[in-house]
Design a protein around this ligand. Structure first.
Ligand code: BMA
Length: 340
């Protein structure tokens, strides 16, 4: 029995590797066989990265950002027995609209995958006369019903919470522009039905910490714990050689998640390995999903690396929460309700 509890299922087949001897400076350590997805994984797809996975039936399923050889990103479905070796469907996901008519976004990237009650939801970035949030639901991973644009352009990095809070769907998002967005803070919005969204509140802004001083954005779906919602997000700094994307951690209030309880002033992972530092876009660790096993407190974080690969890092819930608390630095704009 750990110090903290996560409200999650047992996942005895979670991919796992013990912490390497002498590992320091983070409660997350990398899988030694990273990256788990290499270049040219599917015919017509040059790179798969920034992708989300989850347990499904007797194995795992995932939605993957596949950048085609023509440079346009779409979402591809992948299956795996062990969440490390993945097989991808050759055809990109074909959505239908709510009337059952085919719907193909102009482009689709950075998908997240979240199960709320009995339905799986995919959130991604798509064109709505500018970069905006795409949203679809499926119950069988065969029919994907795209819901109408939940938010106005310009917005990205949408992540649903895995359960309703006070009877409402909750979604993190990051208002942006349509380009490489040189700003950005995390907000939350609620909805009774995934159609009408409101009560928009500010969650947290980029901070004075160098690694997240330019912009931040939601990453993996929040994990419910006895201490609040644990989130892994991305934080970006600007250097003389371009942006650097690191993984940060914070804990949000369980009933009022626009309030940040703890926020780690240190990154949890920053580009250090060749597959993070070198690639189509160098220096990117971009978290999009986690797997977790309640009884052991094990967490596997899935992240895109250098816009070229998918990689995995591991950690224990107790160590992650302790580390975030030990290094927590919250500002007033973090802890307040955020409605101004
Ligand atoms: C962001 C997004 C991500 C990407 C990152 C680094 O704006 O487009 O998909 O990983 O830039 O290129």
């Amino acid at each position: 029995m750990g110090k903290y509890k996560m409200i999650a299922n047992a996942l005895p087949n979670i991919p796992w590797q013990d912490k390497p001897e002498g590992w320091r400076n983070s409660p997350l350590w990398r899988y030694s066989d990273n990256p788990i997805i290499h270049r040219n994984p599917v015919e017509g797809v040059a790179r798969i990265f920034n992708s989300a996975v989850m347990p499904y039936q007797d194995g795992f399923i995932g939605v993957f950002r596949g950048e085609q050889t023509n440079g346009v990103s779409y979402i591809y479905l992948g299956h795996s027995k062990d969440a490390i070796h993945w097989e991808f469907e050759k055809e990109k996901i074909h959505f239908v609209d709510e009337d059952g008519k085919p719907f193909m976004p102009v482009y689709a990237y950075d998908p997240r995958l979240v199960k709320v009650e009995d339905t799986y939801y995919i959130m991604w970035c798509q064109d709505f006369y500018g970069a905006a949030i795409g949203l679809a639901r499926t119950t069988d991973f065969k029919t994907f019903t795209r819901l109408e644009n939940p938010f106005l352009a310009f917005n990205r990095n949408a992540v649903l919470f895995p359960r309703k809070i006070n009877g409402k769907f909750m979604m993190l998002s990051r208002p942006s522009d349509s380009g490489h967005t040189p700003f950005g803070d995390i907000y939350i919005s609620e909805s009774p039905d995934l159609v009408y969204w409101g009560r928009h509140r500010h969650v947290m802004s980029r901070s004075g910490n160098w690694w997240e001083g330019l912009k931040i954005g939601g990453g993996a779906a929040p994990i419910e714990t006895s201490d609040g919602w644990l989130i892994f997000y991305h934080g970006v700094t600007n250097t003389c050689n371009g942006y650097v994307y690191s993984i940060g951690g914070a804990i949000l209030d369980i009933d009022e998640p626009s309030r940040v309880k703890y926020r780690c002033e240190n990154y949890l992972l920053t580009p250090e390995e060749w597959y993070e530092e070198r690639g189509f876009v160098p220096n990117v660790c971009f978290p999009c999903a986690t797997l977790q096993d309640e009884p052991t407190g094990r967490i596997a974080v899935y992240y895109g690396a250098a816009d070229s690969y998918v990689a995995v890092a591991f950690g224990y819930l107790d160590e992650i929460i302790d580390y975030i608390k030990e290094h927590s630095k919250v500002s007033e704009t973090d802890t307040e309700l955020g409605k101004r």
